[in-house]
Every structure is written in structure tokens, then in C-alpha cells.
Design a protein around this ligand. Structure first.
Ligand code: DLL
Length: 439
């Protein structure tokens, strides 16, 4: 059982998981009704009483919560216990509007650490590993989450935080880091930097645990090849706990949800109808054990598919696909739905790396979309004509994927700013335009 942290839970028969979820859900619904005014009001409005929820099969009777509710209840409106029982807050990056602030009791932190420990062990981690955490620390959940998980496993934990790539590489070589935890875009950048410095032989990494942003299978292969590791996906969100809501096993076919703590549902984002496993829709989570910030039926806006198909790793926990996009990440350009991940797939399939930036604008009443892409350092265009030919090829490939014309500008390596945390892929100037129209 070397690859499970909690074998009794991770391989529990599905009927037993559902039974456990039902018991915990019933208790949690009673708890929030009695302790959080917001839930009492919402449930009263929806005419649902705690005793109407007898198990997972009744979950659909509860109203949804969305990000606007969280903003309205900022900062304390959804806290489930006296503040004196909370020991930590974490927060989303909140680029627009109010930040979301999540609260944790000590037991909530233990649950979170356990979830991350399962992810590390599933990636082959043991107490003999050196876990190099370069997710940001502080309000962002990435650093604290993987840090806590690594402690639980008993691994030697390097709390590097993000940034200072030279120092990252130096510690990695001096201390023999074996598991790397960061965003996939930073992993790609680290790989590039390690190759440039010619120190790949001194790197002992065997695995990476990457998440917090969308990344494609092509990007996974690139990172695996550059760093010589196996790259595992990890998913989570601040509102629900942080990283570790779900994690990948060696099968690399979807992420197992920690179902003893979170119930996952897929709904039709337009109608709110619950969809059967295997159908694509918006992912909704209910926390059935957390008490500091006990969200029930929280709409994540991530578009995913759930699967109960048997996994060869032996885990029985349901799997979610990589988020296929966010309902709010999707851009409508010239009337067509565009996800940055589609563009990334085209770039990686045509021999480029995921170093790109999209600028969307509006000229008159027409949308424009331009994509800057770096050429590879060892394959620069020989002259202006060669550059134009390559750009035209990319325009054609993007047109065939998206159905619309994207202007392509090939640019020199390193000219697109790198991110140490989540990458900024899209600049949508139309939002500025819409806002200026209102003034
Ligand atoms: O990104 C938590 C996290 C930290 C996850 C480190 C994994 C690793 P937030 O900043 O609240 O929390 O952002 C949550 O990021 O709703 C997804 O849209 C996106 N996201 C998170 N993990 C993945 C992933 C952290 N593996 C939002 N693939 C979520 C794609 C992801 N998107």
C-alpha cells in the first residue's frame, strides 16, 4: 500500500463512501442552519429544513452559493464557529471586486494538510523526500497547503515560496530536492532556466505537483521532458480549502476528489440541473467536515466532467477531469467561444512552448484578437520572410482550431513576461472599453 496516505479512505468501497458522505452531510446541514444566519435565511427562503436532508440524494434540495454571495458576506458572514476558534485565514488573489477570505479552525487545517499529504504520497512522496515548495506563501493557499501536506508525510520541506529563480535552482541542486510543487507555468520556466544554466545533471527531481491554473497535456509532456520528472496535477480553490480538493495518481487520468471531506456535483451552468457522471458542466462542491468556512453547494465556475470509472491505482474516490475552462475564463470573440487552453494546445502541437500572450480588443464594433508567441531560442527565423511564413502557418492552425482569424506575432525568447505564480495569458482591453463607456 505504498502509494496511499489513508488507504482505508482512499480505497473504501463506493457504497461506504456514499454512506459516510450522507452521515457527514446531515450533520453539516444541521450545523450551518444552527450557526450561520446566511444559511438559515437561504434555506428558509427555499423552504428546506435541515430534517429534509437525509443523505447525499437530497443535496440537490439545498440552494447554491456563488462568488457574489461570498463577496456580500465579506468578511465574517459565512464563518461557522466563534472567531476565537479560528486559527488562520487565507484569501484569493481577488483582482476584481472584494477578495474572498476563508477561515480555518485547527481541525480544518489538519483536514487540509491531510488532503495535500494524500496528493504528495500519490505522486510517490515519502518521508525520505525533499519537497521543494515554490507556490507563493502568505494569503495564497498554494504554499501553506503543500507545506502542511509535506509535514504530514514527514518529508523534508523547503518553504521556498515563489520568485528568485537563481536561489530556487541553487537550493534544488545543493539540497537535492526530489518533489517540486509550483504552478505549471513556473515549472516550465524553471525547466527552461535549468537547461540554460546547464545544470540538469545536478537536479534530483523525480516528480512535480502542479496546479492552481489551467495547463494542457502538451504542457505536461514538455515539463516532464525538460525536467525529467513525472508531472502530477493538483486542484483546489481557496473557498473550499485550497490545493488538495482533488489530486492525480500515477494513472494521470483525472484527479481523485477527497470525497470524505468534499462532495462534488456537476450542474448545467444555465439551469442549475444536476447532471449525471460523464457529462460536462460546472463543478459544485459541498464541504462536509470543515467548520470555519463551511460552504455547501458552492459554484466553482470550473467546467469539468466527473467519472466513477474504476481507476487502476486502486482508489475508489471519484475523479474529475482537468478543468476544461472556466465559465468566466471563456472569452467570446467575434461571437465565438475561445478558451486560452485551445490556443495553448495549438502552440504546443506546432512546436512552440506555452510562452504566449493574447490581447483582445475592439475596433469600432469588431473584436480583434492577437497572439504574441516566442520563437524557440535554438530556432530563430532566418529573416523577415521566414518569420512571416511561420506566422501564417500559426494563423492557419489557430483558424482551424477556433474558426476565427487570430493575428500572430512571433517575438524573441524571453520577451513575454514570466510569472512566478499564476500566468497572465489574456489582456482583454474590451473590458476597459466597456468600463470607459459607462463613465
Ligand atoms: O489556486 C489553489 C491551488 C493552489 C490549487 C496550488 C492547486 C495548487 P485559488 O487561487 O482560489 O486557489 O484559485 C482557484 O484556480 O477555481 C480553478 O479555476 C483554478 N485551478 C486550481 N487548480 C487548477 C488545476 C488555488 N489543477 C481556481 N487546473 C480554481 C486548472 C486550476 N485550474
Amino acid at each position: 500500500m505504498k502509494n496511499y496516505f489513508n488507504p482505508e479512505i482512499e480505497t473504501m468501497p463506493v457504497e461506504d463512501i456514499k454512506k459516510l458522505q450522507s452521515e457527514r452531510l446531515v450533520d453539516q446541514v444541521r450545523f450551518v442552519y444552527d450557526n450561520v444566519e446566511f444559511y438559515k435565511n437561504r434555506m428558509d427562503e427555499a423552504n428546506v429544513k435541515p430534517e429534509d436532508i437525509k443523505g447525499v440524494e437530497d443535496l440537490h434540495k439545498l440552494p447554491f452559493i456563488n462568488k457574489d454571495d461570498l463577496r456580500d458576506q465579506y468578511p465574517y458572514g459565512l464563518v461557522g464557529v466563534p472567531l476565537s476558534d479560528c486559527v488562520r485565514i487565507q484569501s484569493t488573489s481577488g483582482t476584481t471586486g472584494r477578495r474572498v477570505v476563508a477561515f480555518y479552525t485547527q481541525n480544518d487545517i489538519d483536514i487540509w494538510d491531510t488532503c495535500c499529504a494524500r496528493a504528495i504520497v500519490a505522486a510517490g512522496g515519502t518521508k525520505d523526500d525533499v519537497v521543494h515548495v515554490c507556490y507563493g506563501y502568505g494569503l495564497f493557499t498554494g504554499g501553506p497547503g503543500l507545506n502542511g501536506g509535506s509535514h504530514k508525510v514527514g518529508s523534508l520541506t523547503l518553504p521556498m515560496s515563489s520568485g528568485n529563480t537563481d536561489r530556487q535552482i541553487q537550493f534544488m541542486t545543493d539540497l537535492g530536492s526530489t518533489i517540486l510543487c509550483c504552478t505549471p507555468s513556473y515549472a516550465a520556466y524553471l525547466g527552461e532556466s535549468i537547461r540554460e544554466r546547464g545544470v540538469i545533471d545536478q537536479i534530483k527531481l523525480k516528480a512535480g505537483i502542479f496546479g492552481a491554473e489551467a495547463w494542457t497535456e502538451e504542457m505536461r509532456h514538455n515539463i516532464e521532458n525538460t525536467l525529467g520528472i513525472k508531472a502530477y496535477d493538483i486542484y483546489g480553490l481557496t473557498e473550499i480549502t485550497g490545493p488538495g480538493v482533488s489530486f492525480e495518481c500515477e494513472e494521470q487520468r483525472g484527479m481523485h476528489v477527497n470525497e470524505d471531506h468534499f462532495i462534488a456535483e456537476i450542474i448545467n451552468p444555465q439551469t442549475g440541473e444536476v447532471l449525471p457522471d460523464g457529462e460536462k458542466g460546472e463543478l459544485v462542491f459541498s464541504c462536509i467536515t470543515k467548520k470555519g468556512f463551511p460552504l455547501l453547494r458552492y459554484r466553482t465556475r470550473d467546467i469539468c466532467v466527473l467519472s466513477r470509472e474504476k481507476c487502476s491505482c486502486g482508489r475508489t474516490l471519484i475523479r474529475m477531469s482537468k478543468p476544461l475552462g472556466r465559465s468566466d475564463d471563456m472569452m467570446v470573440v467575434k461571437g465565438v467561444n475561445v478558451f486560452p487552453s485551445q490556443i495553448e494546445t495549438v502552440l504546443l502541437n506546432t512546436g512552440y512552448e506555452a510562452n504566449y500572450q493574447l490581447v483582445v480588443d475592439r475596433v469600432g464594433n469588431n473584436d480583434t484578437i492577437a497572439c504574441s508567441v516566442e520563437w524557440l531560442p535554438d530556432n530563430p527565423p532566418v529573416d523577415k520572410h521566414d518569420k512571416e511564413i511561420r506566422e501564417k502557418k500559426l494563423v492557419a492552425a489557430l483558424k482551424s482550431m477556433l474558426g476565427i482569424a487570430v493575428e500572430v506575432n512571433l517575438v524573441a525568447p524571453k520577451s513575454i513576461p514570466r510569472s512566478e505564480g499564476k500566468a497572465v495569458r489574456v489582456i482583454d482591453n474590451r473590458k476597459l472599453y466597456e468600463e470607459s463607456k459607462l463613465k
